[in-house]
Design a binder for this molecule. Structure first.
Ligand code: FES
Length: 149
């Protein structure tokens, strides 16, 4: 019985090529093959108030800061405006939590790098569906922030 041998160099060249092809095909797919379905139903009853002096909301007292409450990401822009959009990326069903980038006044997804403007519109995919935009306003006192549809 004859056995074939392969040099170490050839082995790593072949394996490296295979791994590279697999990684490239996975990253180029992103989540675009999972988006485009029906968007999540929007809860029309969203209406709640945050007390800005509560420690859990302290990031909202800072320009550029943000928090996530009730699956909504609420941010204070560098201009001092409050904005609120749904907190999970629309790209896939996995529900990746977004982050707010105050320098660009945008929301971005760390998973496949989709970006949304301050109103929730997709700027950069692979996401195709916009975020739900919520209204913000002062509550019954100046220390409160109301989030509603
Ligand atoms: S999960 Fe794909 S861009 Fe957010």
């Amino acid at each position: 019985m004859k056995t074939e041998t392969i040099s170490r160099h050839d082995f790593f060249r072949l394996v490296g090529t295979s791994v590279g092809v697999i990684l490239l095909s996975n990253s180029s797919m992103g989540c675009s093959n999972q988006s485009g379905g029906d968007p999540e139903p929007v809860d029309q009853n969203i209406d709640f108030t945050l007390r800005l002096s509560d420690q859990i909301n302290e990031n909202l007292r800072i320009k550029g800061g943000y928090i996530v409450a009730n699956n909504i990401i609420i941010a204070q822009t560098k201009d001092g405006q409050f904005i609120a959009v749904s907190a999970t990326c629309t790209c896939a069903t996995q529900g990746t939590l977004l982050a707010y980038k105050p320098a660009d006044n945008q929301f971005y997804c760390p998973q496949h790098l989709s970006r949304y403007d301050s109103a929730g519109k997709v700027i950069v995919g692979p996401a195709t569906q916009p975020l739900v935009k919520y209204q913000t306003g002062t509550g019954k006192s100046a220390d409160t922030l109301r989030i509603y549809l």
